[in-house]
Ligand binder design. Structure first.
Ligand SMILES: Cc1cc2nc3c(=O)[nH]c(=O)nc-3n(C[C@H](O)[C@H](O)[C@H](O)COP(=O)(O)OP(=O)(O)OC[C@H]3O[C@@H](n4cnc5c(N)ncnc54)[C@H](O)[C@@H]3O)c2cc1C
Length: 365
């Protein structure tokens, strides 16, 4: 192994994968991780690493994404999942529970531990130096920067953060400063509508209000702005629409029939009952007249998990400039690489896994 380690910015999914792959290829790498722990948002996630079962569905659901990057993630994911098991990470489920998609679910703490052990050299509490080369940017996008979110995504009010707190656009800034081009879709994000009340990072999965397809959806002014029939399976489209309504908030109104519906292993009534009391509103206390039959209401606020736009990369995960030429020594993986899921929603973990491998292999020559 060489003496100067190859630098990786960020020790979340993409960064740990890249480091583990480089080590396997005999290249010494060092991960600089800004946060106090490895794992990034992966550690907080449901950890289902998936792709659309059919290529045409991927294209249809993410129509504005770069087809070359999409094909790369889609075609390499199954092998990449098997590679993960070779790193000592065992899946806890071999399906996603969604007929449209295929993939595996892992236990996030165990996956983080396995990858961190393979990655070997990790410096915690250390923001990466943006000027180093070669450098693989894996800083997890800009969802944690209120300023960049306001500039690019332009929600009607600040979004809640449903992710690790350290992904603040350092990779995007570094890439742009070094001549990289932005990808399409800088105004897009993946997120969830969360109860508009205090919660913490241990509740990001359990408190997701994932039942808009059964609710009537009103804004703070009493305008019914989204038809439940138009809610996508991921519900990301209603979250994006909520972000643009007053206070980036909405009321989900439920009748008895809606409360009885099931979402995965819970009923809607159980999800609502588990929401913090501050977000639950009696129908008669709504600031507008509720439709007949409404028996429960939850005030939700749009929360960002990660950004969809980022740096433009090629099929070797090299950051490229506006003319498509690689920026010297700079690669990006994970959601720092933009333009994969533009126009829709796809697995951020799959993108991080595949692009982490690709960036490492390209850097290793
Ligand atoms: C609650 C929740 C549920 C989710 N469920 C799923 C799911 O089931 N399936 C799925 O596919 N995706 C899911 N996701 C999204 C998934 O976690 C992310 O898409 C994925 O982690 C992105 O990988 P990444 O490596 O780009 O970023 P991350 O894993 O977030 O890692 C980025 C890392 O970079 C670090 N960093 C930031 N700036 C710097 C800097 N300047 N220097 C050094 N380090 C820096 C951060 O601290 C962080 O550790 C979920 C996310 C959350 C929060």
């Amino acid at each position: 192994m060489g003496t100067t380690p190859l630098a990786i910015a960020g020790g979340g999914m993409a960064g740990l994968v890249a480091a583990a792959r480089l080590r396997e290829l005999g290249v010494r790498a060092r991960v600089d991780e800004k946060g106090t722990r490895p794992g990034g948002s992966m550690l907080l996630s449901s950890c289902v690493i998936w792709r659309h079962r059919d290529w045409d569905d991927f294209r249809r659901e993410c129509p504005d994404g770069d087809p070359i990057l999409q094909r790369l993630v889609w075609s390499r994911l199954d092998d990449a999942l098997r590679w993960l098991t070779g790193q000592g990470a065992e899946p806890v489920a071999l399906d996603t529970g969604n007929p449209l998609t295929t993939g595996w679910r892992f236990e996030p703490a165990a996956l983080t531990r396995a990858l961190a052990a393979r990655a070997a050299e990790i410096r915690l509490g250390t923001p990466a130096s943006p000027a180093v080369r070669p450098l693989i940017l894996c800083t997890g996008g800009f969802g944690g920067s209120a300023e960049l979110v306001a500039r690019h995504i332009r929600p009607a009010a600040p979004l809640r953060l449903r992710a690790n707190p350290w992904s603040q656009g350092d990779g995007l800034r570094a890439g742009l400063e070094r001549g990289g081009a932005p990808s399409d879709g800088l105004d897009q994000f993946y997120g969830r509508n969360m109860p508009d009340a205090p919660w913490d990072e241990t509740q990001l999965v359990a408190l997701s209000q994932l039942y808009a397809r059964f609710a009537r959806i009103f804004d703070m002014n009493g305008v019914e702005f989204f038809d439940r029939g138009d809610v996508s399976w991921s519900e990301n489209n209603v979250v994006a629409a909520t972000a643009r309504r007053p206070a980036a908030s909405a009321f989900y109104l439920l009748d008895e029939q809606a409360l009885a519906q099931a979402v995965r292993e819970r009923t809607v009534a159980e999800i609502v009952a588990a929401a913090p009391a501050g977000a639950r509103v009696a129908p008669e206390e709504l600031p507008f007249a509720a439709p007949a039959g409404t028996v429960a209401a939850v005030r939700v606020r749009a929360a960002i998990t990660h950004t969809i736009g980022g740096l433009r990369v090629d099929e070797r995960a090299r950051v490229v400039d506006a003319a498509g030429s690689p920026v010297d020594g700079l690669r990006a993986a994970g959601v720092d690489a933009g333009g994969v899921a533009t126009g829709g929603y796809a697995s951020g973990l799959a993108q991080a896994l595949v692009l982490g491998l690709v960036a490492a292999e390209d850097a290793a020559g």
